[in-house]
Design a protein around this ligand. Structure first.
Ligand SMILES: C[S@@+](CC[C@H](N)C(=O)[O-])C[C@H]1O[C@@H](n2cnc3c(N)ncnc32)[C@H](O)[C@@H]1O
Length: 331
C-alpha cells in the first residue's frame, strides 16, 4: 500500500501558497458549495478559492486517488505507465499521485477548465519531480472532443470531476477515452448520487468493451438495492492547521469515495477468482469476523471466519473495507 499522505514537497508548497487571512472563509464557502452539489466553477471561483481547495480538500482527494491507483497496481502488478492524462486536474492531484506511485511516468498531461486551478497546478508542479515540472497543463472542456489532447495514454485519471459533468457527457467521455487510454481510473465522492451516476458510467464503459478491474468483481448489473451505494473510505492524517481550518477535533478525517478502474478490452484481473469485494467495514466479535461481500457471480453475500480458525482469522483481521477477500467463504 502506498503512502496516502501528500508528498512532503507538495504539502509544503500548498501550505506556502495558502493565505491564512482568506483561507477560513474560502474553505467554508467551498465545503458548503460542494455539499450543495455546486460545480468547482461556482464553489471555488477565484485564486483564493483554489488555494483553499488545495489546503482543505487536496489531502483527502490525493489519498482517495492513491488508494484507487493502488487497486489498479494490485490488479496489474506489471503495469508501468509512461504517459498519464489527468482530466479535470484541478491543482494536479491525480498527476502527483500517479507520478509518486509509478517512477515509470515520463509524461503528464493535465486538462483543466479553470485558469485559477491551472495556475495553481503549474505553481505546485514546480515543487515536484522533473516529470511534474514538465507537465503539459492545458485549458480545455473535457465534455468536448476538442478539449482532449490528441494521442493515446497508458493511464487516464478523472478524479472528483465526473461529478461536475452532465451525466450523458460523463458517459460519452469515458466511452471515448476507452479507445485512447489503456487504463482509466475514476474517483468520485462516496455519495448515493455519485454511486448511481458511476453505475451509469460503468454500464456505458462495459457497452464500449471495457473490462472492470476494480471494485466490481463481475460485469453484471450492480446487485446493491436502490437504497444502498458502493463506496469505501480512506483515512487521512490531519495537521494542526488542517484541523483548525476544517474545525476538526481528531487528527484524521475519513474520506469516503467511490471509484472504478477500467481497462480497454482484456479480461478481468487475477483477483477475480473466488472471493469478493468487501462492501462495508468488517464486523469483528470475539467469535468471528464477518464481511459483507460483492461476489464474482454478481450476487451479494456474507463471509464469516471463526476465531478458532486461527491462521485465517489472523489474515482476515488485516483486511479492511474495500479490500478483496480471497477464497470461498460464504456465510
Ligand atoms: C473537485 S475538482 C477536482 C480536482 C482534482 N482532480 C482533485 O481530485 O483534487 C473538479 C475539477 O474539475 C474541473 N472541471 C469541471 N468541469 C470541467 C470541464 N468540463 N472541463 C475541464 N475541467 C472541468 C474543475 O474546474 C475542477 O478543477
Amino acid at each position: 500500500m502506498s503512502d496516502r499522505r501528500l508528498p512532503a514537497a507538495l504539502a509544503a508548497a500548498v501550505t506556502e501558497r495558502a493565505r491564512p487571512e482568506q483561507l477560513g472563509a474560502a474553505a467554508a464557502r467551498l465545503s458548503a458549495g460542494y455539499r450543495a452539489n455546486l460545480t468547482s466553477r461556482q464553489a471555488v471561483p477565484d485564486a483564493a478559492g483554489v488555494a483553499a481547495y488545495a489546503a482543505s480538500r487536496m489531502p483527502a482527494t490525493y489519498a482517495a486517488v492513491t488508494a484507487a491507483l493502488d487497486r489498479l497496481a494490485a490488479a496489474r502488478p506489471d503495469f508501468a505507465p509512461e504517459t498519464v492524462l489527468d482530466l479535470g486536474a484541478g491543482p494536479g492531484t491525480a498527476s502527483w499521485a500517479a507520478a509518486t506511485l509509478w517512477s515509470s511516468v515520463t509524461s503528464i498531461t493535465m486538462v483543466e477548465a479553470s485558469p485559477d486551478f491551472r495556475a495553481l497546478a503549474a505553481d505546485l508542479a514546480r515543487a515536484g519531480s522533473f516529470v511534474l515540472q514538465q507537465a503539459n497543463i492545458r485549458a480545455g472542456d473535457i465534455t468536448q472532443p476538442s478539449g482532449l489532447p490528441n494521442g493515446s495514454f497508458d493511464l487516464a485519471v478523472i478524479a472528483y470531476a465526473l461529478t461536475e459533468l452532465d451525466l450523458a457527457a460523463a458517459e460519452r467521455l469515458v466511452a471515448d477515452l476507452l479507445g485512447r487510454a489503456g487504463r482509466i481510473v475514476i474517483v468520485e465522492p462516496g455519495t448515493p448520487r455519485d454511486h448511481s451516476r458511476l453505475m451509469a458510467v460503468r454500464q456505458a464503459a462495459l457497452s464500449a468493451g471495457a473490462c472492470i478491474l476494480a471494485p466490481c468483481p463481475h460485469a453484471g448489473p450492480c446487485p446493491l438495492p436502490p437504497d444502498d451505494w458502493c463506496h469505501t473510505s480512506v483515512r487521512v492524517e490531519r495537521s494542526r492547521a488542517h484541523m483548525r481550518l476544517k474545525g476538526g477535533t481528531v487528527p484524521f478525517e475519513d474520506e469516503r469515495y467511490a471509484y472504478l478502474v477500467l481497462e480497454s478490452g482484456g479480461l478481468a484481473g487475477a483477483e477475480n477468482e473466488n472471493g469478493g469485494r468487501i462492501l462495508r467495514p468488517p464486523r469483528l466479535s470475539k467469535h468471528e469476523i464477518a464481511f459483507s461481500l460483492c461476489r464474482t457471480d454478481g450476487t451479494l453475500g456474507e463471509a464469516r471466519i471463526a476465531s478458532r480458525d486461527k491462521a485465517a482469522f489472523k489474515a482476515a483481521g488485516k483486511l479492511d473495507w474495500g479490500d478483496w477477500l480471497s477464497g470461498d467463504r460464504r456465510g
